[in-house]
Design a protein around this ligand. Structure first.
Ligand SMILES: NC(=O)c1ccc[n+]([C@@H]2O[C@H](COP(=O)([O-])OP(=O)(O)OC[C@H]3O[C@@H](n4cnc5c(N)ncnc54)[C@H](O)[C@@H]3O)[C@@H](O)[C@H]2O)c1
Length: 269
């Protein structure tokens, strides 16, 4: 029977964009469950800070700078993980880029911001998967989990970022098909709004969207880390190519429609 608290004992994991936010919570969750974790981020001090805080808790973690936009940097990170830990069992792709487009006219969106969102958010995952796949296949229990978004499923703005996140759904399925025979599972987690530094200084926005969430709150990084850990673990041994939506019911329950119906009927029905 699986030890639910230590599903990753003996496993080695690499997490991108793990200097803060969801990536840092994923690194913490995997390490708490026994994994040796390479914490990577384009921001060196943030990566080191995450890894140091894990080591302070007696967990096994190293930090390395890795920019997922740069193939050489990605390949060096994968090599570092394999050299340091002897294998690579889990890859979690958290790094992404979202150009601000609030209020901007679609016609005015520059090619550069479209290219950057696609290159980091979608291309970065592709690069990391390409570099890690041979090692994940060699491990015999390899798993890739990428972080998508509800933006890839419905319109929540930011069209370039959203297109990239939608592309991750497709990449997840095709890569799952290609790598199943090599024993590597590939899945995607699609979060709704999660309280991270991506929302820094926007507490009013977080308060404003809270009522859109049927479960009554926005997400916390740990909500997403729990789903990632499940999909990366043996508990998900028969799950590949799927998108697990973790969004407090946002995309399943139409709050406005339900409120209108309840109102016209004079009560819940
Ligand atoms: N916070 C949300 O509401 C939310 C919702 C849905 C999906 N997501 C997704 O979750 C993931 C993490 O988001 P977050 O909210 O924790 O963001 P965050 O800004 O708190 O952290 C993102 C981290 O990624 C790093 N990063 C950015 N570009 C990078 C690159 N090129 N190479 C390596 N690292 C890079 C940053 O330095 C940072 O440490 C992203 O894929 C994001 O799209 C977030």
């Amino acid at each position: 029977m699986t030890d639910l608290t230590h599903r990753f004992t003996g496993h080695a994991a690499l997490v991108t964009g793990a200097g803060r936010g969801i990536g840092a919570a994923v690194a913490r969750r995997l390490a708490q469950e026994g994994a040796r974790v390479l914490v990577t981020d384009q921001d060196a001090p943030e990566a080191e800070q995450t890894a140091a805080s894990l080591r302070q808790q007696g967990l096994t973690a190293r930090a390395l700078v890795c920019d997922v936009a740069d193939r050489a940097s990605v390949e060096a990170a994968v090599t570092h993980a394999v050299d340091a830990f002897g294998s690579l069992d889990v890859l979690v792709n958290c790094a992404a880029h979202c150009s601000p487009d609030a209020g901007a006219k679609f016609e005015d969106d520059p090619d550069e911001s479209w290219a950057r969102d696609l290159d980091i958010t979608l291309g970065g995952v592709r690069r990391c998967c390409q570099a890690a796949l041979p090692h994940l296949a060699a491990s015999g229990r390899g798993a890739i989990v990428s972080i998508g978004s509800v933006n890839g499923l419905m319109d929540f703005g930011n069209h370039a970022y959203s297109a990239a996140k939608a592309g991750l759904g497709s990449l997840t399925r095709t890569l799952a098909g290609r790598s199943a025979a090599r024993g590597v599972r590939v899945n995607l987690v699609a979060p709704g709004t999660v309280r991270t530094s991506a929302w820094e200084g926007r507490d009013d926005d977080l308060d404003a969207v809270r009522d859109c969430y049927p479960l009554g709150r926005v997400g916390e990084p740990e909500d997403i880390a729990a789903a990632v850990a499940f999909l990366a673990s043996r508990d998900a041994a028969w799950i590949t190519g799927t998108t697990l939506v973790v969004d407090g019911g946002l995309t399943s329950v139409h709050t406005g429609f339900r409120t209108a119906m309840d109102g016209s009927r004079g009560g819940p029905g």
